[in-house]
Design a protein around this ligand. Structure first.
Ligand code: NAD
Length: 453
């Protein structure tokens, strides 16, 4: 009999975010009043879509689409990056905003979740064009963002310069006010905080280091001598590679949007970086073997760091992932189907809402610094980040161990509480544990606040 055609995987990030949310609900401690609250907690509070006419360098007007989603403010004002990427759309921004809500809750900082994006390809834009898009976007958003309501930060293809333009535009629109807290990830000489540039990567490394120390990863107890592969050589991936290499790991593969490079003895990262600066890509670094854009994900290693974009480890390639620990520096790199495959292979996964939360933690420090008119030393930032990331990793691991050990009890509790809902069929993983921790904290905040009026 001919083999049935495989069912295509649903790669819509918002559908994936909903799936992850629903999978975590049975493990939330307090299920009281859950039926209404779950809808309230998942749907975004506000979705703003703007049309941005921009004069390009050649004098022509081009129109871009921009989005800002405020997902949930149960625990504090919205917080989340702005990305400039050709495939940005409403569903992606909604998913990323919801992940920010859970991320801020899992590391226990007093923010809700938000995200923004502009559909554009920065590799084809001049700096002036990028600045005009940024200024028009911020102007169109108006009071949708603000230091006490919704605070942007960098994400893919936006950087401290972009944050400086956001601040400047907002400040021009709000004269005679203190505006530094409207955006984080600013340059250090414009109210930024030392250590923000490396914070996402450093946070990922702290999580990996602590999980290893706590015995969460069979067969791997330390970063020293671990073999590492990194997808993405931007803010998150590049810094992660350097930090791990400096801790004694062997980084054998890295990649960017044009492809990847591999060297079994360990890459000379300075040479890779110099080559990328010169040619625009890591591909072709002397002394390395070329691999595909997704090749880094299939390299045999101890620690795999997806640090590029969503939907990279999927049903199509998850079987070929060969690592002990996946640390999701990117948001949404692994699909639900791939999660199941990785778990069945005994691969431990530190989920995005925990593993890449270092960026938003240091953004929170920057925001506090701005509001309090303080300046923090980098050593203070580093130490406080470590405390936050270690604690969050430990709490998620504790939850994971508890819900795994008591799995049959959770199955029975769920069957009793929601007999009409789908039964839980597979054991929880670390993503479910992190989500249950975060969603439980948001629900507790809503319960305390009550429903207005
Ligand atoms: P970045 O723009 O600095 O780097 C992005 C990297 O991804 C580049 O190396 C680029 O070449 C690569 N890339 C782009 N398209 C690709 C493709 N189709 N296939 C493979 N690689 C591709 O962005 P970043 O800030 O490092 O963000 C990377 C990821 O980390 C994103 O998922 C982002 O949401 C997440 N993240 C970033 C931060 C932060 O503070 N910057 C915080 C948390 C999470």
């Amino acid at each position: 009999m001919p083999k049935a055609a495989p069912v295509p995987e649903d790669l819509n990030p918002h559908h994936i975010a909903r799936h992850q949310f629903e999978e975590a609900i049975p493990y939330v401690d307090d299920l009281k009043g859950w039926k209404g609250v779950s809808q309230w907690l998942f749907e975004p509070e506000r979705v703003v879509k703007v049309t941005l006419p921009v004069v390009m360098d050649d004098g022509e007007v081009r129109v871009f689409r921009g989005y800002r989603v405020l997902h949930n403010t149960a625990r504090g004002p919205g917080k989340g990056g702005i990305r400039f990427y050709p495939t940005v759309d409403e569903d992606e921004v909604k998913a990323l905003a919801s992940w920010m809500t859970w991320k801020c809750a899992v590391v226990d900082i007093p923010f809700g979740g938000a995200k923004g994006g502009v559909e554009c390809d920065t590799t084809k834009l001049s700096t002036d064009e990028k600045r005009r898009i940024t200024r028009r976007f911020v102007t169109s958003l108006g009071d949708t963002i603000g230091p006490y309501t919704d605070i942007p930060a960098p994400d893919m293809y936006t950087d401290p310069d972009t944050m400086a333009w956001i601040y400047d535009t907002y400040a021009m629109l709000h004269p005679n006010a203190e505006n530094l807290g409207v955006v984080t990830g600013k340059p250090v000489d414009l109210g930024g905080i030392p250590g923000r540039g490396t914070a996402t990567a450093q946070g990922s490394v702290f999580v990996a280091e602590h999980l290893l120390a706590l015995g969460a990863v069979p067969g791997l107890s330390q970063i020293e001598d671990a073999v590492v592969s990194v997808q993405g050589f931007g803010n998150a991936g590049r810094h992660a590679a350097f930090i791990l290499r400096d801790m004694g790991a062997k980084v054998v593969a890295v990649s960017d949007s044009k492809g990847g490079v591999f060297k079994a003895k360990g890459l000379d990262l300075e040479a890779v970086e110099a080559h990328k600066k010169e040619t625009g890509s890591v591909v072709g670094t002397p002394g390395t073997r070329r691999i595909g854009v997704k090749g880094t994900l299939e390299v045999e290693c101890d620690i795999l760091i997806p640090a590029a974009l969503e939907n990279q480890i999927t049903l199509e390639n998850a079987e070929r992932v060969s690592t002990k620990l996946v640390v999701e520096a990117a948001n949404g790199p692994t699909t639900p189907g791939a999660d199941r495959i990785l778990a069945s292979k005994g691969i431990v996964l530190a989920p995005d809402i925990l593993a890449n939360a270092g960026g938003v933690v240091v953004s929170y420090f920057e925001w506090v610094q701005n509001l309090e008119h303080e300046q923090w030393e980098e050593s203070v930032v580093h130490a406080r980040l470590r405390t936050k990331m270690y604690r969050a990793a430990e709490q998620v691991l504790t939850t994971y161990r508890r819900i795994t050990e008591r799995f049959p009890e959770y199955q029975a509790r769920w069957r009793q509480f929601m007999p009409e809902a789908k039964a839980i069929t597979h054991k929880p993983d670390m993503r479910i544990a992190a989500m249950a921790t975060a969603v439980g904290r948001c629900k507790a905040a809503l319960d305390r606040r009550g429903v207005w009026p």
